[in-house]
Ligand binder design. Sequence first.
Ligand code: NAD
Length: 479
Amino acid sequence: MTKITIAKGDGIGPEIMDATLSILKAANVPLEYDEVEIGEKSYLKGNTSGVDEAAWSSIRTNKVFLKAPITTPQGGGYKSLNVTMRKTLGLYANVRPCRVYPPYVTTKHPEMDMVIVRENEEDLYGGIEHQQTDEVVQCLKLISRPGCEKIIRYAFEYAKSYNRKKVTCFTKDNIMKQTDGLFHKVFDEIAQEYPEIENEHWIIDIGSAKVADSPEVFDVVVMPNLYGDVVSDIAAQIAGSVGLAGSSNIGQECAMFEAIHGSAPDIGGQNKANPSGLINASVMMLSHLGEFESAEKIQNAWLKTIEEGTHTFDIYKEGISKKLVGTKEFAEAVVANLGQKPQELAPVSLKDAKPVKIKDYQKAAKKDKELVGVDVFVDWAGTNPDDLGAILKELNTDKIELIMITNRGVKVWPNGFEETFCTDHWRCRYSTANADVEIAKEEILKVLQNAIDKGVDVIKTENLYTFDGTRGFSLGQGQ
Ligand code: NAD
């Protein structure tokens, strides 16, 4: 018997969890359940993350967590439980299959069957934001090599385990050459290790447009956190199955499975909710545990139930549906169909599936890192960049000099355009003429001391490095 942690959550949570557990029990899945309380009640008891010590301990011991949706109380500084779970437990991969069930669930894309693998821990979601001037705020976008390797390897291993043919990568590396550039580069590297799986890269904008128009051309799609957040919602929506989809959050140690919808307090306690999202999440959990036979049996019984027209109110449609049922009755219909396969919808076969495993991240040899300059960010209320250039040239040392000023990334000095709109946030680059000669850190201190002496308001600095001789920083637009 494998013990897993479950939480019944809030709103419709308890009824959809009971429905799901009744199916797992009827399918004789060898599981034991450790129930914990998370969500609204826990928040209101003073746990700002909605999770208490006992719940953490159970999840960390059992390592597999089936979670019903929870309600986040309005106001009051409560932290998102999902974000806390993902980050604290290192759940780096969010996996969301987006399948369609025509004509039983309406969709404009009857051939769609894609799986979105979203990076879950980094990118713009680190919450590292600062206001630096009256007019400008910033959010740090952090992309790491281990973060990229783990998620991209997971996508390829997922494709291999579930007999998928292609992995697509979405980034915006034509613009973000360092951050998205690293994601794309690591994708190209790792793709080489899987010659049997087709690979391709799309720029996120045209890629998302393609998802909205012809999602059937995609199979497994992997992308950084923010893009994955947006594209996975678009994909679930156009599949027509937001209420039916499950998702998993996978880490090296722990994994969490849930429906993608919320706690639907408007219909809570009325035996109306569709339990399919959590049922499908439990199928993903069984696959994660290597219980492929049970996963296949439950998934096919569920497909058969959808196909025979036994529907909850949210997908009930005159002419297609045959029987309007409540949450409990829907689960009973799935139980009655255990052992059967759908006739019209494609049945699921997991007989060759394997649990997805990725190898541990191996740190590469440290690169030769050379300091070649510094970007000094200045708060300056003036408008003429030539005036600022004249002031900032005074900060030159005998080794490094002002070579460029940009405003929101556009070069405005030397030789800027009058038309360029400028804010009060200036990036001022000090280096040797071509930023290719190593300098000592003391040169930066000299520039900063000169800034203090001349009354220049420095708000932050970024060191400019090369790694094994390759430039590790972007150029200004127009440089
Ligand atoms: P929601 O998904 O709960 O509800 C949106 C609409 O869809 C409602 O009309 C609801 O009745 C309907 N709906 C949702 N699930 C359904 C189901 N299984 N069967 C039939 N109808 C269903 O989104 P919301 O109203 O924005 O959020 C409600 C609460 O859920 C909020 O407190 C929110 O923070 C929380 N939430 C939790 C999670 C989670 O735990 N993973 C995710 C999203 C939202």
